[in-house]
Design a binder for this molecule. Sequence first.
Ligand code: NAD
Ligand code: TYD
Length: 336
Amino acid sequence: MQKILVTGGAGFIGSNFVRYMLNNYENVHIIVLDALTYAGNRENLNDLESDPRYIFYHGDITDRKVVNNLMSNVDTVVNFAAETHVDRSIHKAGEFINTDVKGTFELLEAAKTYKVERFLHISTDEVYGSILDGSFKETDPLEPNSPYSSSKAGGDLLVRSYFVTYGLPVLITRSSNNYGPYQYPEKLIPLFITNAIDDIPLPLYGDGKNIRDWIYVEDNCSGIDAVLQKGEIGQTYNIGGGNERENIYITEKILDLLGKPRSLIKPVKDRPGHDRRYSIDTSKIREIGWKPEYDLQDGLKATVDWYVKNEAWWRQIKEKSEAYKAFYDVQYNNNK
Ligand code: NAD
Ligand code: TYD
């Protein structure tokens, strides 16, 4: 029986990962540790509440006592917990340093004390920075440009140091931009889908030609699983969807899928420090037998359908959450 501590399991990718593991393995026990920040939602795991192989613990990864307590009961850690939104990090960076750096440190210390067998740290392609031609390999230097990506890079480097210095059995994944069910409606795809449903303008930053490589969340989950089972200890693996597109392309696809007019697109002021293009080389993870299964068109259609069917889920956030409204007051002024 594999006992896994999944931090940040009530968030977007974490909740999809917990579901993926429980669906694919009989002999797995999962403890979710989540602080339920504005981005965390226990409802994301509602369908799993009655599964005896899953337990939810409400707590913070920066809380040493809590982390030590849980770490003594598991053999594996998968660390998703993080502050994750670039625009929020530009507005207010403190929590990013606290969770993404200090929180990672607390988890590493406890993992060392309790001698866990695998510590998988979830990172992002954003730590490499922007690249106009070619694609980043895992060995390329980190040149993060936002407070978000630099706090993630800080976490990655700490993880590396615990392998080199203490022999902690670590692994790192750096994935490209995820999309799919349960993504908080502040990120490009769910924000634009839900705005379009309501005929509200879609605020497209700058010239709309920034490029992201989109991966359907389930493909990232299978990639994380592959690294957990077959990855070489101490190594980092890029996980990319192989779907590089300009933001304007994604925006128009969303409008087409919903049958909405292009006139909803509203060009707004660019994001400060906006990375032009993310691109990663995924040959290393393909060598351990992983590849993405979802084609971008199918993944986008499945995602649009999910937001159409689960209107109550996102309306609760967009219409009831004070944290959401407070942030959008700031964004609205920034975008003018
Ligand atoms: P998310 O914002 O949807 O969820 C983050 C979760 O972490 C939430 O449930 C939140 O409550 C929890 N959390 C935050 N601070 C915490 C703390 N101090 N203690 C415990 N829990 C805390 O994020 P996501 O999009 O699911 O991203 C998950 C991970 O994947 C992050 O580490 C992120 O950097 C990485 N990542 C995300 C993407 C993407 O496109 N979403 C791409 C690459 C990497
Ligand atoms: P986002 O989903 O915030 O992910 P990241 O910045 O981490 O890649 O943004 C994806 C792209 O979409 C990015 O180039 C910024 C752009 N974007 C907009 O044009 N408008 C928006 O309202 C948002 C949230 C993002």
